[in-house]
Structures are given as C-alpha cells and as structure tokens.
Write a protein that binds this ligand. Sequence first.
Ligand code: BGP
Length: 482
Amino acid sequence: MGFPEGFLWGGAIAANQVEGGAREGGKGFSVADMARYKPDVDVKNYQAHNAISLDEIERAIQDGDDAYPKRRGVDFYHRYKEDIALFAEMGFKTLRLSIAWSRMFPRGEEELPNEEAVAYYLDVFKELKKYGIEPVVTLSHYEMPLDLALKYNGWTSRKMIDYFLNFVFACYSNFGEYVKYWLNFNEIDSIIRHPFTSGGIVPQLCEPGTLRQACYQGAHHQFVASAYAKMLMEKLLPDAKMGCMLTKLTTYPRTCHPEDVALTQQVNLENLFYTDVMVRGEYPKLMRKRFEQEGIRIEMREEDEEVLKDGTVDFVSFSYYMSRTESASPDADRVPGNTVTGVKNPFLPSSDWGWQIDPVGLRISLVELYDRYQVPLFVVENGMGAMDVVEADGSIHDPYRIAYFKDHFLEMEKAIDLGVEVMGYTSWAPIDLISASTNQMSKRYGFIYVDQDDEGRGTLERRRKDSFYWYKDVIASNGKSL
Ligand code: BGP
C-alpha cells in the first residue's frame, strides 16, 4: 500500500504572496496589495492585518510600496526561473500557483487581457513544462482587482460573475494547453472571516448589520461563477479538471459533554457548507434553515439551482494546518489558529504562532471528506510557519519542519490505506513568502529560505534548508523514505 503511483508531490504558492512586481507589467492593484505589515500588533494573537476601511484603502493607494510586503513578494516575478529550477531539483511533480486576476485584468472591467501578463504566465508555464512539473492553477487567490471591490463592493455584486468569467476565459484560452488542474476559489469559506481579501467586500460599503448577509451573498455569486467556469471548461478544455478549495477546519468537542458535541457539529456543518454546494450542486437543507433563522436572505436567480447542479466540481482540494477544538462553556481558554480561534486542546503542541499541530487531524479530515463526497481529494496546503535561523556557515537546520511534515505524511498514508483517494500533496509553501494573515516574512514555511526580513531588507538570495534535501528524498522514494 502507501502512496499510489503517479502521486502528485509538490508545493503551493500564491501570486500575491510571492510575485512582487505589483506595479510592473501593467498590473493593477488587488485587494491583497492593500494589506500592510504592522510591527506593533501582537501577531501571535491572531490579527488579520488587512486594510478594510475606505480611508485606509485610500491611504494605501497613495502610499509608497515600502510598508506593503505583498507588493514586494519574494520577487518570484523576476526570479521564477531560479525558483522553478529549485523546485525541479527537489523533484516536484506539481506546483500549485495562482494567476493574479489584477495582472491579467488590471481594473477588472477590460474586455481583453493585459498582454504582458499573458506573456509572463505563458513563460512560467513553459518553464514548468521544461521540467515536467504539472501546474495546478488557483484562479482566485485573494487577487480581485481593487477597482472591482471599490466600485461594486466585490462579490456582493452579481456583476462579478461576468468579470470573473471573462478572466477565466482568458486563462483557459491562453494557458489551457499547459494546465490540466484548476481550482476555483482559494479557501472559499474564508469570505466570512476576511470578506475584503477573500471577496473584495468593504464592510463600510454594507448597510449596518448586513455584513454577514453580504458575505453569504458573495459566496453564492462565487458558487454560481464556479459552476459557469466548470461548464466553460467542459467546452473549451474537455480533458481538464476543476476542484474546489476549502480551509479544512476539522473541529473536535472539548469534552464528550453532549452540548460540546452538539456545538461542534454545528461548527463543522458550517465549514462543510461551501464544499457541499460545489460538490453536490445544491444548498444543504440545514444551512438553508440556519439562514432563514438568522434572517439571511440570499438573492438567487431562477436558473441558479440548475447551474449549480450542472457545474459541480471534479475533486475537492483543501488546506489543512491544524484542527480546532470547541466548547459550549464560555470560560474555556481560547487559542489562535488559521484565521479562527478555538479552545485549547491539551493533547496538542503549538507552532511559534500558536496554531495547534495535529497530524492525526489530517487523517480524520481526509476520511471525513472522502466519505462525505466520494470524489478524489487533493491536499493543496499544509505546512508550519516557523522562525528559522541561518547559521554562520549559511546552513539552516529545521528539524521541527521535517518532523511536522513527516508526521502529516504518515497520517496521509494511513488515510490512503483506509481507501481514501488522494491525488497529490502540495506543501505550503516550498519557498519562504509573505504570510497571508500577518504580512510577515519571518513566519517562514519554505524548504527554500529567502533572505528578506519583515521590513523588506535583504538580498533575496535563496538558500536550501535541511528540509529541502529531506523532501527531495521523500519525493524520490514516493513517500517511502520519511
Ligand atoms: C491559507 C492561505 C495561504 C497561506 C496559508 C498560511 O489560509 O490560503 O495563502 O498564507 O493560509 O497562512 P499564514 O500565511 O497566515 O500563516
């Protein structure tokens, strides 16, 4: 048993966290470009440092780029050849990457794509092909053109479906020859937690008290857009496959007290709502009831039900960093996590950022998702943000990272042995990049170190960490050497 033949081992990155070149090649501002690094904030107690007020956005547009790490990225825009060569050296079978919508359509409303962007991404795909690395492309990874957010309040507006499909059409027709695997929206469920970066929704532009409603409306438009994108794919790229992408927040009850279990059940239902719609092609009845009870009314067109049914996804991909624990008791201590908090699980250690590390939770998540949906799964994000130290001789010893991955791979293998169909695994992230939630550089995930600090100082030189050589062996042995 163990990992199947052809298992897609690799890594995952996102344009807004690696590319930089925010003002080059005709790129327009995206929502991610507004997120500022704030050194005075205690990042270990989760804070999303995303500009959300109109004033802040206005200031961010005027400001220089220095304080906006995502605008710098790690210079993948210029160094992609060097980086892809390093991924190839590790033996990558696949690279998950995203196409910046705001690079392709700088203001979002253009009819035709920006030619420089098309040429750039074509070069990237050609470079991957040179090494036989199969791309997995996320169409939308926190990259909505800023103008669409400001003009229409992002995905709250149905107009986004057309603009998005225009972008999707441009991606399929220009890059379809190179790309077989596509993902619609990164962590689609995150719209409810960070509406601005995930949905281009500016809370200030919503009527008071309607933000939750706006988020679910935005999610509905994304579901419909995804279904149309899938149908378009069937026409233009019949051999391609479309996956959805979920933040898998597997949640345990703090105790076996039935109230803890009942609460946890509701939390898990909410997390799975998004994949339920995109895999099954319909809204789950219990969520419909919940919306009704909360007074959330989602505007749908008559044809939407059929569209959702006709455009279901082929596979489910997800990020998994940690499990969460919930308690019905208001006194339970809370801990930070991947854009959510939870109650402390006494059986689990924590990362430098307080995320609780739980490899068994990956096995549980795989079994749960496969049993629920009966479609292939793809683990497209998993990894540990840590503070790395460069030794005097330039080496970087990261046994903690190796241990994290090893434990997760063993659990993934157990799930496969139980019968779960897993297409592949892409670590987050193979190279150090700008953190999504904290905008820090020092929260490092990579097998490859990038010489840059939180203020953007450094040579950007790449260095192989110990984990680089370890992962290379894992891939070469198809997961036998751990
Ligand atoms: C996910 C995002 C990624 C990524 C990762 C790690 O939510 O899809 O973009 O960054 O989390 O999170 P962070 O960078 O906040 O540590």
